[in-house]
Design a protein around this ligand. Structure first.
Ligand code: FES
Length: 165
C-alpha cells in the first residue's frame, strides 16, 4: 500500500489553502529544509496533519509525499488522524505508575469510553499515554493541553475533565 493510500480516507475537512500558503510560503519560504517546522505549524493549525494538506505541501516544496509521510510517522508528536479539541496525556512512567497512574488511566478510559490513542466521537478529547513528562514528584500526573494536573486521584478525574470544553 502506498503512503498516500494508507492515510485516512475519511478526512473530509475543508482545507484552508490560503492559510497553508501563509505557513509554507510566508513563514517558511517554501524551503524544504524547514519541513519539520512546517509540519509543526500545519498541525498547530488543523490539530493534526490532514492528507490533502500533506499532498499540497509535497508539491509546494518539491519533497516526495512518501518522504513527508515517513517523517510524520517517525515523530510521535505528529498525528495523521483528527484529534480532539483537548489532548489528555496520562503519564505511565515509573514514578507515576507506582503512585497510581494506572488507576487514573482506567478511570479516564471508563468515563470517556476510549482507549489509548483514541478520540471521543464528539472530538472533545483525545487520550494519549506518555512516559514521563518531567514532573515525577507530582505523580501521578495528567497533562491536558498545556495544563499539568499533579497528584491527581481517580476520584478527581471527572471534575478535572469537565473543566475542558
Ligand atoms: S514518571 Fe510521570 S512525570 Fe515522570
Amino acid at each position: 500500500m502506498s503512503a498516500a493510500s494508507s492515510l485516512s480516507k475519511n478526512q473530509t475537512e475543508d482545507i484552508d489553502y490560503l492559510q497553508l500558503d501563509r505557513i509554507i510560503e510566508d513563514e517558511f519560504s517554501s524551503d524544504q529544509e524547514n519541513l519539520i517546522m512546517i509540519l509543526q505549524a500545519i498541525q498547530r493549525h488543523f490539530n493534526y496533519l490532514p492528507r490533502p494538506a500533506l499532498l499540497y505541501l509535497s508539491e509546494k516544496i518539491g519533497v516526495p509525499f512518501s518522504k513527508i509521510y515517513g517523517v510524520c510517522t517517525f515523530y510521535s508528536t505528529f498525528s495523521l488522524e483528527p484529534r480532539g479539541r483537548n489532548i489528555i496525556s496520562i503519564c505511565l512512567g515509573t514514578a507515576c505508575h507506582v503512585r497510581g497512574g494506572e488507576r487514573v488511566r482506567e478511570r479516564i478510559e471508563e468515563i470517556l469510553k476510549i482507549g489509548d490513542g483514541q478520540t471521543t466521537e464528539d472530538k472533545r478529547y483525545t487520550l494519549e499515554s506518555v512516559r514521563c513528562i518531567g514532573c515525577c514528584s507530582l505523580g501521578p500526573v495528567v497533562k491536558i493541553n498545556e495544563d499539568m494536573h499533579g497528584r491527581i486521584t481517580s476520584d478527581a478525574v471527572k471534575s478535572t475533565l469537565d473543566q475542558y470544553e
